[in-house]
Design a protein around this ligand. Structure first.
Ligand code: 0XW
Ligand code: MG
Length: 366
């Protein structure tokens, strides 16, 4: 099977009236890029990448489309022997830009799965479960409102809550953490600063909330800053933004700087690299999420498939943009959070096929 065509689509994913506010920016709409790879046997594989704005990570929507436009012509005519071979070929077409390569990696997994009647989770090692936990991310808001939403989400069935902090007075962050804890009693709490806290502030939050069981997620900008305060903290620490590659994950583990990870499939370069990180985490008994920064049904399916292959003891859940987005690409088999849980898609490949016309016309075709 060879690659005959590559099509790129641009999709606007508006938030249904909501604002997703983090320490590094507020979002009311996201710009997603979908890749369709068509084989010479007429099978289509779908991939997606959707950075959350241009400042959250070293990734942005225009950059994704530019990188994919650079690489796509080099894929035409290439035999699809397996995802790792395609990934190596991509490194020969463009240095870096793993978040864009991830869309092709996801599409190649989908293509091979659809061509052979295999689910992506089975290609990635085999699902251990038919359903995985999601978690709710409480965006920056007034402390009472955050606590109200937190209680609502626990009542809906979400087993885990992420509280956003940073970029505002520290007293408001501390008040928010305490109010969420008092309103829910949830013992699976994560406090995510998205890199915003100074080491001094992390120590203050740690002390002020000593009685509340939570893990910090990416409290400071860099691994070095986190390493500087790590030994003084009572709360566990997870890394998110600081893990841009398998190498970063290995370094963090060897430094002993964290107790787990918030992982994003596209930041690591796709499902192949994510599966390697999953195995490394398993070897060191480190828990982690299987998320992405944003995206529609294709990213959602990719996250759920890899999550289903993680040792359940180590899976911290799958965050999806789905509850914030009104739009589904696949009206027959949409990926939906229900009662805080996600069912693993059952169809071949990702188990998702965009409806005809759902993505509009391609913005580029090769
Ligand atoms: C909750 N997320 C996975 C979604 C947004 O991209 C932010 C992110 C995180 O944990 O930082
Ligand atoms: Mg995070």
């Amino acid at each position: 099977m060879r690659i005959a065509e590559v099509h790129l689509y641009q999709v606007d994913l508006p938030l249904e009236g909501a604002v997703y506010r983090m320490s590094d920016g507020a979002h009311t709409a996201l710009d997603s890029t979908v890749v369709q790879i068509v084989s010479d046997t007429g099978v289509s594989g779908w991939g997606e990448t959707c950075p959350i704005g241009p400042t959250h990570a070293a990734a942005h929507a225009l950059g994704a489309r530019a990188a994919l436009t650079q690489m796509a012509p080099g894929l035409i005519g290439r035999e699809v022997t397996g995802p790792a071979a395609v990934r190596r070929a991509l490194h020969g077409l463009l240095h870096g830009h793993d978040y864009a390569k991830a869309a092709i990696d996801i599409a190649v997994h989908d293509l091979i799965g659809k061509a052979h009647g295999l689910r992506v989770c089975d290609m990635l090692g085999g699902a251990t479960t038919g359903e995985v936990d999601s978690y709710w991310s409480l965006t920056l808001d007034d402390p009472d409102e955050t606590a109200r939403v937190a209680a609502e989400k626990i009542a809906e069935g979400y087993p885990r809550l992420q509280i956003k902090v940073g970029g505002r007075p520290l007293e408001t962050d501390i008040e928010t953490i305490r109010k969420v804890w008092e309103a829910t009693g949830c013992t699976r709490l994560v406090v995510d600063a998205n890199r915003a806290l100074l080491t001094r502030d992390v120590l203050r939050v740690d002390r002020a909330c000593a009685d509340i069981p939570f893990a910090f997620e990416q409290p400071c900008a860099t691994v070095d800053e986190i390493a500087a305060v790590r030994a003084q903290l009572d709360h566990p620490v997870y890394l998110d933004e600081s893990t841009e590659s398998l190498g970063d994950v290995l370094r963090a583990i060897s430094l002993g700087v964290c107790d787990g990870f918030g992982l994003k499939v596209t930041r690591l370069g796709g499902l192949g690299p994510m599966a390697t990180v999953r195995d490394v985490c398993e070897a060191r008994s480190l828990p982690h999420t299987c998320d992405d920064s944003w995206g529609g049904d294709i990213i959602a399916a990719a996250c759920v498939h890899i999550a289903a292959t993680v040792d359940p003891r180590l899976l911290e859940g799958v965050w999806l943009a789905e509850p914030f987005v009104g739009l589904h690409y696949d009206s027959a088999y949409p990926v939906r959070v229900e009662g805080g849980r996600l069912r693993v898609p059952t169809g071949p490949g990702l188990g998702v096929v965009p409806d005809d016309g759902a993505l509009g016309a391609p913005v580029a075709s090769f």
